[in-house]
Design a protein around this ligand. Structure first.
Ligand code: NAI
Length: 290
């Protein structure tokens, strides 16, 4: 059994849904957990101490260790307070699961700048700020595990979610770069693109999906990714309904000419669009151009 004894984890947005499930699983397997949740509505308005406190109470009742934080991930002060809560209560920080999220869905033409900025602030800025506040502790310890929460909507696009999909694809870049930079200090970073039945999706998923797409089926992957034994880094995984799959950004073999004209591009479009054989890194992409 993969256990987390002596590990300290922060789970943001852990008062409901996926974050709650991640926090319960990690605590059940021995981790000391900071349960962070602002306690607002799905669109990020409002705040309440209730959700984080309820999850801490449940963990404690089950014999685990946890503290609550109702700080906002989207401000530097909030992120610093979340990390400070971990260090004050448990002395260190090993694991960060950036999960907090909000929705402000609107079609592209109707979306306001405020809707765009607020969604990016929680997902992208929040994940950046909490990871940034935890990073010095991880670097010093030569150990760290970060999981960011992307989405199929970001990886593949989705109607009505220009803000959310921008944020969720942004997290892929953040994850890959933390993975590259953190490697020499034992810090691994990965992203998940989940599907689960939560308050965020209950209105759009068919009712019969509730049991199959349980949050617990996503938490199983998160727990593996943040375990000592997992050396995987810079990857993205689709996860839902009990299925886990690698999602990768790849570049096809392409078509090359010393005399690249607009007409040559048009004439060779099928080769431009070819998928195999592909490369997976910026270095290999550059090599293919030489
Ligand atoms: P949820 O609404 O149940 O949970 C999100 C939690 O984040 C809430 O408890 C909320 O209070 C908290 N939160 C929001 N803003 C915060 C802030 N500024 N600071 C601290 N906490 C804050 O939704 P769910 O589904 O559990 O979502 C968790 C994550 O998974 C989100 O990032 C979401 O975008 C992502 N996701 C979920 C999918 C699904 O199928 N449920 C699909 C793809 C991604």
């Amino acid at each position: 059994m993969l256990r987390f004894d002596d590990r300290v984890a922060i789970v943001t947005g852990a008062g409901h849904g996926l974050g709650r499930s991640h926090a319960l699983l990690l605590a059940d397997r021995g981790a000391k957990v900071v349960v962070n949740d602002l306690g607002g509505a799905l669109d990020g308005t409002g705040a309440s101490t209730g959700p984080a406190a309820d999850v801490v109470e449940l963990i404690t009742k089950n014999g685990g260790q946890a503290v609550a934080s109702t700080d906002n991930v989207a401000t530097p002060e909030g992120a610093a307070a979340i990390v400070a809560a971990a260090v004050e209560a448990f002395g260190k920080i090993d694991i960060v699961v950036n999960n907090a999220g909000i929705l402000r869905d609107k079609s592209f033409g109707k979306m306001t700048v405020e809707d765009f900025d607020n969604v990016l602030a929680v997902h992208v800025r929040g994940s950046y700020l909490v990871s940034r506040a935890a990073y010095p502790y991880m670097k010093e310890a030569g150990y760290g595990r970060v999981v960011n929460t992307s989405s199929p909507a970001g990886l593949f696009g989705n109607f009505g979610q220009a803000n959310y999909s921008t944020a969720k694809m942004g997290l892929v870049g953040l994850t890959k770069t933390i993975g590259i930079e953190g490697a020499r200090n034992g810090i691994r970073a990965n992203a998940i693109a989940p599907i689960a039945w939560t308050r965020m999706t209950e209105a759009i998923l068919p009712a019969e999906f509730e049991a199959k797409f349980s949050a617990e089926r996503v938490s199983a992957l998160v727990a593996y990714l943040v375990h000592d034994s997992c050396e995987v880094t810079g990857e993205v995984f689709s996860v839902g309904g009990g299925r886990v799959a690698r999602v990768f950004v790849a570049e096809g073999p392409g078509w090359q000419s010393d005399d690249l004209t607009p007409e040559a591009v048009a004439d060779n479009w099928a080769s431009v669009m070819a998928e195999q054989p592909y490369v997976l890194t910026a270095a290999d992409s550059m090599k293919a151009m030489l």
